[in-house]
Design a protein around this ligand. Structure first.
Ligand SMILES: NC(=O)c1ccc[n+]([C@@H]2O[C@H](COP(=O)([O-])OP(=O)(O)OC[C@H]3O[C@@H](n4cnc5c(N)ncnc54)[C@H](OP(=O)(O)O)[C@@H]3O)[C@@H](O)[C@H]2O)c1
Length: 334
């Protein structure tokens, strides 16, 4: 099969196509004939040599794919060869075939193409675990999400507003703010022009929001805490601007707050199975009903993965970036 490997740590051009054997499924796994693979920021970090790949994972980048089941191991339940699935992988998605544990596979929702389906697992497993299972999204009235025009942000805005939550978001330009409003955000704040804490305070009559989803960290941490209403929850998925800060923790005590965060990849398969069940029950029907959609910024053929990485690092994308295999391109033009 053709895959794209990291020839050495470095710039996007170190991503090079090569030929390898098609993987075989272990017990509890399937091998997927990949139509499309989602590109995620950890892939960029892995390429740069700044991401610790677990020792039992594929050395190839690629954390999510969509395609059809090509082979099954033992103990895979009802999954069978030919089923259309999208899946979280244990690396190895930048390839024509890829292994995935059965707990990390989901059917492709109705009305969703292969390219769109490849953008769903990483983002939706992450936000369902963090927002619904840890952040009690279903009981939130208001949510603030940072990086609203990115992959995590654009999905969070849509999901939360489809569930009836009032969404506040931040982005770096007026165009990105317009995009966030189109997705369902009630209030989109250009953080280069306005202080998000002041806007949240003013628009909520001083009450604040019930939930904050943040990837920025740094000097956002104090302002996130200050934005929270009584019994609010702050969930951090990353700290792009740093994780070491000096802050006043007193509001945590006074407002009875919860500060949390998590990494999706090391979660046990039992937790991933619970997340998958929640997605299939509550979120996948929203795709079928046309209430939420995948936002694909651009697709690239698999062997042009370097260009996809350059686009992501340039931060000019809105939504997700996808790689299509030859199989995926055939399906798209059929
Ligand atoms: N914990 C987990 O399990 C988990 C899982 C998946 C992803 N993540 C993390 O979540 C983050 C977002 O992922 P994504 O797929 O949404 O990435 P993305 O598509 O690149 O979007 C990130 C957004 O954040 C904003 N941003 C980027 N750098 C920034 C900075 N230095 N300061 C402020 N804002 C910045 C950008 O918007 P503006 O240009 O408008 O500011 C961008 O749209 C990544 O850091 C990723 O590693 C964590």
């Amino acid at each position: 099969m053709t895959c794209v490997a990291i020839s050495r740590p470095g710039p996007p051009t170190v991503l090079v196509p090569e030929q390898r054997d098609i993987p075989r499924p272990e017990p509890g796994e399937v091998v997927i004939r990949v139509a499309a693979a989602g590109v995620n920021y950890p892939d960029v970090l892995q390429r740069q040599g700044r991401y610790a790949v677990p020792p039992d994972a594929s050395d190839l980048p690629g954390l999510e794919v969509a395609g059809t089941v090509a082979a099954v191991g033992s103990d895979v339940g009802d999954l069978k060869v030919g089923d259309a699935v999208c899946a979280l992988t244990h690396g190895g998605g930048y390839a024509e075939y890829c292994r995935a544990p059965v707990e990390q596979c989901l059917p492709i929702p109705a009305n969703v193409t292969m390219a769109e389906a490849a953008t769903l697992p990483e983002v939706y497993f992450t936000i369902w675990f963090n927002l619904a299972m840890q952040g009690d999204l279903l009981n939130a009235r208001r949510l603030l999400v940072h990086g609203g025009s990115g992959g995590i942000g654009s999905a969070t805005i849509q999901l939360a507003s489809a569930l009836g939550v009032e969404v506040f978001t931040t982005a770096s330009s007026d165009e990105a703010c317009d995009f966030c409003r189109e997705l369902g955000a009630s209030v989109a704040i250009n953080y280069r022009q306005q202080d998000f804490f002041e806007v949240v305070r003013d628009k909520t009559g001083g009450e604040g929001v019930d939930l904050v989803l943040d990837i920025v960290g740094g000097d956002y941490i104090q302002r996130n805490i200050d934005c929270l209403a009584q019994k609010g929850r702050l969930v951090n998925l990353y700290y792009l601007q740093g994780s070491k800060v000096q802050i006043d923790m007193m509001p945590v005590l006074v407002k009875n707050l919860i500060l949390t965060g998590s990494l999706l990849r090391p979660q046990p398969l039992t937790v991933k199975a619970q997340i998958a069940a929640g997605l299939q029950k509550t979120v996948w029907p929203l795709f079928a009903a046309g209430k939420i959609r995948s936002v694909v910024d651009q697709t690239f053929p698999l062997n042009r993965a370097a260009e996809a990485h350059a686009l992501m690092e340039g931060r000019k994308h809105a939504g997700k970036i996808v790689l299509l295999t030859d199989y995926g391109q055939q399906l798209q033009s059929a």
